[in-house]
Write a protein that binds this ligand. Structure first.
Ligand code: ADP
Ligand code: MG
Length: 378
């Protein structure tokens, strides 16, 4: 067999995506050198974005596998180096243009990412569970999905997504970790252990702004925001920062819970945000004999949907009812959302059906000026 050419090897490398940025390493200036010996042995030099890159093993493996697959290639050696400041600046410019000030991509005209803010009147109704399950279900369908844990005080997204990875920083960009195909950022990634966060309104607003502008989200199809419970500062900040965000209201079937959920939804009226729909959680429990028990009563979701329909003067749909089920709680605790761990369970299928309704067509590249391809998900 003939010795492979450098072009063969580079073409194989163009199919290797950086795990954090999600774009080909050849487009990111990460390929330092390619050397091919007469016996087909290949040495590849790779620039990491930062020296402590948590993804270095993953990158080496991806490079090694891709190059080994080229016909005629013998032993593959990957040597890692680190970008210098100038190279990092180039990378930053490539990813987000030459702007001095970071801006929120989701607020720009023509942006294709759908932003869904998950809201509830009170805590403990399953807002975060609904968020991570919809996120992973959408990612499984091939959409590019991000989750911003905006519940600064009650952050639980990293645990539910099963990753305590920390974001890495490349110049002024924060690279979000990814698990189950979902990129996510949470204040929990920036605090020590379980230290409580005691921020006030203006600091919260700045933190959200940073999470939206400084985090390199890539070309998302959907960004889900797990809001703190209630109708507070964060909801208003989001309305200011991303006016196009749509609100998804989560409630339990209880009348009292429905009333507070309705208030959370009504804030959207004041901020002129669109209401995407209502999810009722903990709707019933299936008993061994097949009958249903309703520990939290019934009708809350429908009630909220009807009242919000009246309030906004446009139909607000009850998108689904999720039963109370041990599998869902276990999935959250174990870090594998029930839509993945038990997709056919009652709660898993209910959540997948809701995600199906929210699945949108993948964003096009119209208006994008990155000059590089987005990663393929399919
Ligand atoms: N349908 C359900 N069945 C069983 N447990 C649930 C269900 N929904 C939520 N839980 C559990 O209830 C707790 C609170 O849910 P969570 O999603 O954290 O609520 P919130 O974000 O609204 O505070 C979690 O332990 C979660 O696993
Ligand atoms: Mg929560």
């Amino acid at each position: 067999m003939s010795t492979p050419t450098e072009a063969d090897v580079r073409s194989a490398l163009s199919k290797v995506a950086d795990p954090e940025i999600g774009k080909p390493i050849t487009d990111l200036g990460m390929v330092k050198s390619v050397a091919i010996a007469d016996d087909g042995a290949v040495d590849v030099g790779i620039f990491l974005t930062i020296s402590s890159c948590p993804m270095q093993t993953e990158i080496s493996q991806r490079v090694s596998t891709a190059v080994s697959d080229v016909p005629g290639v013998g032993a593959v050696r990957v040597e890692l180096d680190v970008m210098d400041d100038e190279q990092r600046t180039e990378l930053r410019k490539k990813l987000r243009g030459d702007r001095a000030e970071p801006e929120i991509p989701f607020a720009k005209p023509g942006n294709m990412t759908r932003v869904y803010a998950i809201a509830s009147g009170k805590g403990g109704v399953g807002k975060s569970s609904v968020t991570v399950n919809i996120a992973t279900a959408l990612a499984e369908r091939g959409l590019s999905v991000g989750v911003l844990d905006a519940d600064i005080y009650g952050h639980s997204v990293p645990r539910m997504l099963g990753s305590d990875a920390k974001p890495t920083q490349v110049e002024s960009m924060i690279m979000p970790p990814q698990n189950h195909g979902v990129r996510f950022i949470s204040i929990g990634q920036f605090t020590d252990g379980n230290t409580p966060v005691t921020w006030r309104g203006p600091m919260l607003h700045r933190a959200l702004q940073q999470f939206l502008a400084d985090v390199y989200w890539g070309d998302l199809d959907v960004l889900l925001l797990d809001l703190p419970p209630g109708t507070g500062d964060v909801a208003i900040s989001i309305a200011q920062l991303i006016p196009g965000a749509e609100i998804l209201v989560v409630t339990t079937p209880q009348q009292a819970a429905a009333e507070v959920a309705e208030r959370a939804g009504a804030i959207a009226l004041q901020t002129r945000q669109k209401i995407l729909g209502v999810v009722e959680n903990m709707s019933w429990m299936e008993l061994p004999d097949g009958s249903r028990m309703e520990p939290f009563g019934s009708g809350g979701g429908q009630l909220v949907a009807e009242r919000l329909t009246k309030a906004v003067g446009a139909p607000v749909e009850l998108l689904g009812q999720v039963p109370l089920e041990q599998e869902l709680r276990e999935g959250g605790d174990a870090g594998t959302p029930v839509v993945l761990s038990r997709p056919d369970s009652a709660s898993g299928s209910a959540l997948r059906a809701i995600a199906d309704k929210l699945a949108v067509r993948r964003r096009g590249l119209a208006g994008m000026s990155l000059g590089i391809d987005t990663t393929r998900h399919d």
